[in-house]
Design a protein around this ligand. Structure first.
Ligand code: SF4
Ligand code: SF4
Ligand code: FES
Length: 222
């Protein structure tokens, strides 16, 4: 057996074990995203980073070493995990408003757990597909609004008015605006909804809205 210390707790694990095994054996948890035990352990997401004798390594891929000291949580690790998840989200097409795995999406759960504000209200809304308010051309701001309220209003059947503030990612806006367009949501009513709380949208986001506006020669003011 290999003896290691996880956050000061001594455990013995079989040779060839990964750090994640020792962490679990010691009764601690680190977030995992890409790791699927026995199926995938290529350490591509780096959400599971821990410190092994002071060095940052992915827990799901790094083997244990005799006498090693492992730290699973400190300020640096938390901020690294957050950064890695934000980078993943930046290149991820967020389509929560028509995703059928709502409620069991690990990416969304982790983002919420780590207080990352790039996930839309749609990710926690029980209305999707045909029930989504956009299907009735109701300008719900869920796709553009920071999640975290558990979709309070949409649960009652009312559109989200964006009280938690807007998502800053242009990628999310582009994708969401495609959906508004696809569902024939009227741009003027979308803008009215936006004006309730978001008077000072950054210039680049205002520009994106103008891009989906009908070409009637008039540019809507945001
Ligand atoms: S009703 Fe609104 S919050 Fe719910 S999925 Fe549709 S757009 Fe998103
Ligand atoms: S308006 Fe506020 S509480 Fe209601 S769904 Fe939108 S963010 Fe949540
Ligand atoms: S869970 Fe993705 S690198 Fe470990």
């Amino acid at each position: 057996m290999v003896k290691v210390h996880v956050n000061g707790v001594e455990v013995d694990v079989p040779p060839g074990s990964y750090i994640i095994d020792a962490v679990e054996e010691a009764g601690f948890k680190v977030p995992l995203l890409c790791y699927l035990q026995g199926v995938f352990s290529e350490a591509t997401c780096r959400i599971c980073v821990v410190k092994l004798n002071g060095r940052v390594v992915p827990a799901c891929r790094y083997p244990v070493q005799e006498g090693a000291s492992i730290v699973t949580h400190d300020e640096e690790l938390i901020s690294l995990r957050r950064l890695n998840l934000e980078l993943l989200l930046a290149i991820h097409t967020i389509s929560c408003w028509n995703c059928s795995v709502k409620g069991s999406c690990t990416l969304v759960s982790l983002a919420k757990e780590m207080l990352i504000e790039g996930i839309p209200v749609c990710s926690e809304c029980p209305l999707y597909g045909e029930l989504c308010l956009l299907s009735y051309r109701i300008p719900c701001l869920g796709p553009l609004t920071i999640a975290g309220c558990n979709a309070e209003c949409t649960k009652l059947g009312a559109p989200c008015t964006g009280c938690r503030g807007f998502i800053l990612s242009k990628g999310v806006w582009r994708e969401a605006l495609k959906h508004y367009k696809m569902r024939n949501v009227d741009v003027e009513s979308l803008l009215s909804a936006i004006r309730v709380f978001w008077n000072n949208l950054p210039e680049d986001l205002s520009k994106l809205i103008k891009e989906v506006s009908p070409s009637n020669g008039q540019q809507p003011e945001v």
